[in-house]
Design a protein around this ligand. Structure first.
Ligand SMILES: Nc1nc2c(c(=O)[nH]1)N[C@H]1C(S)=C(S)[C@@H](COP(=O)(O)OP(=O)(O)OC[C@H]3O[C@@H](n4cnc5c(=O)[nH]c(N)nc54)[C@H](O)[C@@H]3O)O[C@H]1N2
Ligand SMILES: Nc1nc2c(c(=O)[nH]1)N[C@H]1C(S)=C(S)[C@@H](COP(=O)(O)OP(=O)(O)OC[C@H]3O[C@@H](n4cnc5c(=O)[nH]c(N)nc54)[C@H](O)[C@@H]3O)O[C@H]1N2
Ligand SMILES: [Mo]
Length: 761
């Protein structure tokens, strides 16, 4: 094997020299601006950096590769970016290069000792590279040889279902559509994606309840809302541009209620970095009410809100009668719930829950609920999100302006990738459309999601792993188990821009296929081309790279997919792959034939700002789910650690984008120069004899098995008793592969049962 067992798949466990500072109470402001500039000019160089930033999120520019937060519909300021967008651009436009000479110098074993930060700092990949069986170093390979090798390996499989085709949410619509077409033409639906680990629970819950798996609000709705409930989301770090919209909403009179175990800086206050007020250090107070819920206590809290609506008789009976079914059962269930239990499971007093419920019910426009990973990555995630939907249905807070459901997406095109058919179980109508548009038999049996793909590779039937972007090893749970799964493959392939740990743990053969980043110009058929993406609010728009590619040897994602497909399918191809990708208008023409809402795609996407996709739930059209929205009644559930055990969430620091580590600080939480930390309630630390900022070992417990992560520094933090937090990917080794959400199968990265003890010696 190319990556022997003695190469660790985990980030190295050395400490980097922590500096503990004060926790911040407001986000952004001048430090954020100076930080952006430092990041961008530090690594890209002044000219390339300025050029990139001035095109970011502009009409004729490129979409920010960071989060999926939308741009304003009707205007653009000169600086439509945030600090973390700037970090993403800096990381992509860096002048440093990972060349064949780099790989000659560093063996795979040596690179395994690098931190994720060091790997990102190494720079952009420049050439296709191969790690052959028995080799200690990657070597250069030609594109043709790489594609032929993939084709040969895939065609040697006993069944197309032995291939696993992962997608990360940065892939554009065109790349994603071609990819799923190739994979289905090849004969399988094994299309796991990062969404499986992300908002799958939101999609699953909303599809069942309201027939649409996407948010129902626009940016304007949010900015004109009366009440905004933000649950399980840290916008100050992960969606900084959302703060400008929240500020507008607050200035227009909105009340924000935040639900989170941690008092995140972006929830409590905001200093607009582009306004004079923000420049001189005056913050807008954001959340009026802060509910410091226990980890995984949200379902109880939400049931408490729903119970209050019934007790107060503030429900919209007319809306319920016209638009929903299932309410009577839910009403009886809520009546039977006992307030003491709701209080103890959520950790929130009845009076506070009632106050929140009354705020949501007040006013004409009711409420918008925004949520992210704090709700989706728990065992009862789908049930919890359906409680959110139930509250909206009870208030009639759907299908009207300034009200609705807003699952805030992560990756910049994760929503678009799903629209394009990247999903292991696309509905039948999509498959029918594919069959109508192309001449091949579309496989109808469901494929593997992320968890099942890992197990299949571990247990045998999964043999070739192909990733369109992402960092599968570090993004997935149970690092040691997943590493073994990847090692057992015959071939692992990564289409990517930067070096990451997934390149270290390979199958018998490992391939790195470097591609253009978002910011880079894609010149073909005589001119620069654009690609398209869909943001968190269902707006499809152009993204046109502006900079020279990092290396002349890079190919675009659509071209890599097309050439993989051509080399694999040969005569079986349902389209002429090479011809298709000479001009992306041709790809958009075929998308239009398959995906609803994309009529006149090429014409409409050329309009400034693009177009909105239809959203049945926003129109109160329930025809897709039998004529009514459905109110689901779930028993109250919550992970209950035993005595001495704690609950751990794994989340993001301010200096990372998922597995890409831009820096070692978590400025808002007061952590400098260290990632191996665990935030704990001070009393929980005392009870265990753990002193502040001293090393601890963490053990997770699931169905009798334990997993260990050693050497973390314990940080006393304002958290509910029993709740702790550590960064991913360092803590992923603790997340058990078999611990996932009901229905959506999303790994339970936010509720890992652990014990913590002081490290020996
Ligand atoms: N800069 C930057 N931007 C990003 C990303 C990034 O890594 N860096 N990642 C992108 C991606 S893919 C995604 S999905 C999003 C993620 O965006 P978030 O969901 O904001 O990401 P997390 O850091 O996982 O934070 C989860 C938040 O939920 C809270 N939380 C955890 N458990 C619970 C719970 O049980 N109940 C409640 N009420 N709250 C809880 C945590 O304290 C934290 O504030 O951001 C996207 N944007
Ligand atoms: N424990 C724990 N685990 C989690 C989470 C958590 O909260 N806790 N969050 C989960 C979530 S929400 C998500 S979305 C997943 C993310 O999972 P992934 O999407 O798989 O991971 P990323 O870190 O976003 O991927 C980074 C890599 O993408 C490549 N890349 C960057 N830009 C491009 C590009 O333009 N094209 C291509 N082809 N490649 C590019 C680079 O090589 C980079 O190393 O992680 C999940 N894992
Ligand atoms: Mo995500």
């Amino acid at each position: 094997m190319s990556s022997p067992k003695d190469i660790s798949p985990q980030p190295p466990s050395k400490f980097t020299g922590i500096q503990v500072g004060k926790t911040k109470t407001s986000a952004a402001g001048v430090p954020a601006v100076t930080n952006s500039l430092k990041h961008i000019y530090g690594s890209a160089g002044l000219l390339r950096g300025t050029e990139a930033m001035l095109k970011l999120n502009q009409w004729e520019g490129f979409d920010c590769p960071s989060c999926a937060w939308p741009d304003p519909d009707d205007h653009r300021s000169a600086f439509e970016f945030c600090e973390n967008g700037a970090k993403a651009i800096a990381s992509e436009t860096t002048k440093k290069r990972v060349t064949p000479e780099f790989f000659e110098e560093y063996s795979v074993a040596e690179l395994a000792g690098w931190s994720d930060y060091e790997m990102d700092q190494a720079g952009r990949l420049t050439h296709p590279m191969i790690l052959r069986e028995g080799d200690t170093h990657y070597r250069e390979i030609s594109w043709d040889d790489a594609f032929n090798l993939i084709g040969k390996e895939l065609n040697a499989l006993a069944s197309p279902d032995e291939g696993v085709f992962y997608t990360s949410g940065r892939a554009t619509n065109e790349a994603a559509f071609l990819y799923q077409l190739f994979v289905r033409n090849f004969g399988t639906n094994n299309l796991p994606d990062c969404s499986n680990m992300c908002h799958e629970s939101s999609g699953a819950a909303m599809n069942q309840s309201v027939g649409v798996g996407k948010g129902t609000v626009t940016l304007k709705d949010l900015e004109t809302a009366e009440t905004i409930l933000i649950i399980g989301q840290n916008p100050g770090t992960n969606h900084p541009r959302m703060l400008s919209s929240l500020q507008k909403a607050v200035e227009g009179g909105a009340t924000i209620i935040a639900v989170n175990p941690m008092k995140e800086a972006g929830l409590t206050g905001f200093m607009h970095p582009q306004q004079v007020k923000g420049m001189i250090g005056k913050a807008t107070a954001l959340a009026k009410q802060f509910l410091q819920v226990k980890l995984n206590g949200d379902q109880a809290l939400l049931k408490g809100i729903a119970k209050t609506l019934i007790e107060d008789r503030t429900i919209d009976e007319a809306f319920l009668n016209t638009h929903t079914k299932g309410f009577e059962t839910y009403r009886e269930h809520l009546k039977s719930l006992n307030w003491n239990e709701l209080e103890s499971v959520s950790g929130i007093a009845k009076s506070e829950i009632q106050k929140a419920a009354r705020q949501c019910a007040s006013g004409e426009r009711k409420v918008i609920t925004c949520w992210a990973m704090g709700l989706t990555q728990h065992k009862n995630a789908v049930a919890t999100i359906q409680e959110v939907v139930n509250i909206h249905l009870m208030l009639g807070a759907l299908g009207r302006d300034s009200a609705g459901l807003c699952p805030v997406r992560g990756h910049s095109n994760v929503q678009g990738d799903r629209t394009m058919g990247v999903f292991e179980k696309m509905p039948e109508w999509f498959m029918d459309n594919l069959e109508k548009a192309f001449e091949f038999k579309v496989p109808r049996h469901h494929g593997w999601d992320v968890v099942n793909a890992i197990k299949a590779m571990h247990e045998g039937p999964g043999k070739v792993f192909y990733a369109l972007g992402g960092n599968f090893l570090q993004a997935t749970p149970d690092t040691e188990y997943t590493a073994e799964a990847l090692r057992r493959c015959s071939l692992t392939v990564h289409v990517c821009t930067k070096l990451n740990r997934s390149h270290i743990i390979t199958g018998r053969t490992g391939l790195i296929l470097p591609c253009f980043g978002r910011s880079e110009m894609d010149w073909r058929n005589g001119g620069p081309q654009f690609l398209t993406v869909e943001n968190s609010m269902s707006v499809v728009h152009q993204s046109q790279g502006q900079l020279d590619p990092a290396s002349p040897h890079l190919l675009s994602e659509p071209e890599i997919v097309a050439r993989t497909a051509a080399a694999t399918l040969g005569e079986r191809s349902c389209v002429d792959w090479r011809w298709l990708v000479e001009d992306y208008d041709r790809v958009r023409d075929i998308i239009e034939r398959v995906v609803p809402g994309f009529h006149n795609f090429n014409e409409r996407v050329r309009h400034q700002g693009g177009f909105y996709l239809p959203n049945a739930a926003r129109e109160l059209d329930w025809s897709g789910i039998g004529g009514k929205a459905i109110i689901f009644t779930h028993p109250l559930a919550c992970v209950q650690p035993e005595k001495d055990q704690l609950l751990l969430q794994t989340f993001r620091s301010h200096d990372q984008f998922n597995t890409t580590v831009y820096g070692l600080n978590d400025r808002y939480r007061g952590i400098g120069n260290e990632r191996r930390v665990i935030f704990m309630n001070p009393q929980d630390m005392k009870d265990r004899g753990i002193s502040p900022v001293t090393p601890v070992d963490i053990t997770s417990h699931f169905k009798g098995a334990t997993r260990e992560a050693k050497k973390f520094l314990a940080i006393p933090y304002d958290l509910p008793a029993g709740s702790t937090a550590a960064y991913f990917p360092e803590a992923n080794v603790l997340v058990p592969i078999d611990s996932y959400a009901d229905v959506s199968l999303t790994p339970t990265s936010k509720s890992v049962v652990i014990t913590v003890k002081a490290s020996e010696s």
